[in-house]
Design a protein around this ligand. Structure first.
Ligand code: PFF
Length: 507
């Protein structure tokens, strides 16, 4: 649906916008990534840095991204071009590495969830879910350069993921994305509530819950716990992706943007905290049932959803298959509502600059997404996923967030954004917000970045060779950066960059 006055796509309602933003934020990351990080980083102790990161980085940056998209009135590339043509590349870069990085492997993980939804009905993993996952299902090779064959079940499910993405996106902002989220988000909440309450009734559940809620304060002195908390906040709120900027640009002028950012951030973290109860209750049940310590139930992060959960599903007896179907369905729904958001953000960027027909674009991007995802359906796919995920999350998102703060805080009048937000929103931002964007966030993010780089130099990530880290990880970042400059220097095929579109003079 396009606005009659501005000609830009618009949401049908504020609720629709907030649900779509929550849909982007709530994803696979909230269910397995959050729970695993909490588990690994001292249970309840992790909640402290997590909440501090939410308040000091997540909410201020989400407000910034909503503010940029709404005030500059454009997708990320257009909005940054209007900040200064020199910064346009910063709008393209995250779109490129997210669309052709995160989403390619993210959709492969959604594909695994679809496969596991079916496996749950027959408990196909038998007595050894670990060996089933790595050896029978993925058939992982020993090096990323040994890609092996494509795994058919993953390929078929990946096709389903991209067809669903396409059906939603091609319908447009209101009838596609907004409607999908209006169905997906309530469905996800119901599924999650059912799973959490079910898990809480299991024997041993309280042991897990008490580990979840009991902080181990000694962990707080470990800088890695803080790095993980800030990294998770970026990923979970889809910050530094360019998505929230595009979504905010579809809001009409009179919209409470600051309030919407706070609701989105709190709903997203509330969802993580809620699903954490379910995960920990289930881990408590497994530890009681198998007589092993809670710390030993899960070995690897990816293993939480695809090894520990299947094991628990088998232990549930006749109700197991139903539990499994609900769990993997909830992951699938959460994943798809996130993946559509980046494709939309990319479509929006190209549409703004090159005025290409959106149906054609959506079709092309979904085809490219599927084709690019093929590498993650191969036997070497898990290793590629691990490397790409490591580099994009630890460098791409953090650097994009850092540059966003610097571009707006230091090379632009940040008060233009703050005054605009204050004019349209009920909640008023004080100058403290400028301070966070100009000083606090750049300092936090630089510390995290230096820490990561240092660790990178001290030893190769994982057990991968330097060739694979450079050939896959660094080059993924480098190529997307290069392409962002190429896109930024292309001439504009529209006049969008010359006007603010809301009929006011561009400051
Ligand atoms: N916020 C999402 C999550 O926590 O799972 C991350 C995400 C991934 C968002 C991929 C968007 C996306 F396209």
């Amino acid at each position: 649906m396009k606005s009659e006055t501005t000609g830009r796509n618009t949401w049908k309602s504020r609720t629709g916008f907030i649900l779509a933003a929550i849909g982007s934020a709530v994803g696979l990351g909230n269910i397995w990534r959050f729970s695993y990080l909490t588990y690994e980083n001292g249970g309840g102790a992790f909640l402290i840095p997590y909440l501090i990161a939410l308040l000091t980085a997540g909410i201020p940056l989400l407000i910034l991204e909503f503010g940029i998209g709404h005030e500059r009135f454009g997708s990320a590339p257009l909005a940054f071009h209007k900040i200064s043509p020199r910064w346009e590349w910063l709008g393209w870069w995250p779109l490129l590495f997210t669309m052709f990085g995160i989403v390619l492997y993210y959709s492969a993980v959604i594909a695994w969830c679809i496969d596991y939804l079916f496996f749950s009905t027959t408990l196909a993993w038998g007595d050894d879910p670990n060996s089933f996952f790595f050896n029978s299902f993925l058939q992982v090779t020993s090096s990323p350069f040994e890609i092996g064959a494509i795994r058919m079940p993953i390929l078929i499910a990946l096709l389903v993921v991209w067809v669903v993405n396409w059906i939603i996106i091609v319908r447009g902002v209101g009838p596609g994305i907004e409607l999908a989220n209006k169905i997906f988000m309530p469905l996800l909440l119901i599924l999650t509530l059912a799973l959490v309450f079910w898990s809480l009734t299991l024997e041993g559940a309280m042991v897990g819950v008490s580990a979840y809620l009991t902080p181990d304060f000694s962990k707080l002195s470990d800088p890695m716990v803080w790095v993980s908390a800030y990294g998770q906040i970026f990923f979970t709120l889809s910050l530094g992706f360019g998505i929230m900027i595009a979504y905010a640009s579809y809001m009409p002028y009179e919209s409470n943007m600051t309030g919407s950012a706070i609701i989105t951030a709190l709903a997203n973290s509330g969802f993580s905290l809620l699903s954490g109860f379910g995960v920990f209750a289930l881990l408590g049940f497994m530890s009681a049932n198998q007589g092993i310590a809670l710390e030993d139930v899960v070995q690897e992060s990816i293993g939480l959803a695809f090894v520990a959960y299947p094991k628990a599903i088998s232990l549930l007896g006749t109700a197991g298959p139903l539990f499994g179907v609900l769990f993997f369905l909830s992951l699938t729904v959460a994943g798809i509502s996130s993946s559509i958001s980046i494709v939309e953000a990319f479509v929006s960027g190209i549409e703004d600059k090159f005025a290409i027909n959106r149906e054609l674009l959506a079709t092309l991007l979904c085809l490219l997404g599927f084709a690019g995802g093929l590498i993650f359906t191969t036997q070497g796919g898990l290793l590629w996923l691990d490397i790409v995920d490591h580099f994009i999350n630890n460098y791409g998102l953090i650097v994009a967030g850092l540059l966003e703060c610097l571009a707006v805080g230091w090379f632009f009048k940040i008060d233009i954004i703050r005054n605009h937000l204050n004019k349209v929103s009920k909640l008023q931002l004080g100058t403290w917000w400028n301070w966070i964007i100009k000083f606090a966030l750049p300092i936090f993010l630089s510390i995290i970045l230096v820490n990561q780089l240092f660790r990178e130099l001290l030893g190769a990530y994982g057990k991968y060779s330097w060739e694979s880290l450079i050939g896959i990880g660094w080059s993924w970042i480098g190529i997307s950066l290069l392409l962002s400059f190429v896109l930024a220097v292309q001439p504009w095929k529209t006049n969008n960059h010359l006007q603010n579109g809301r009929g006011e003079e561009l400051k």
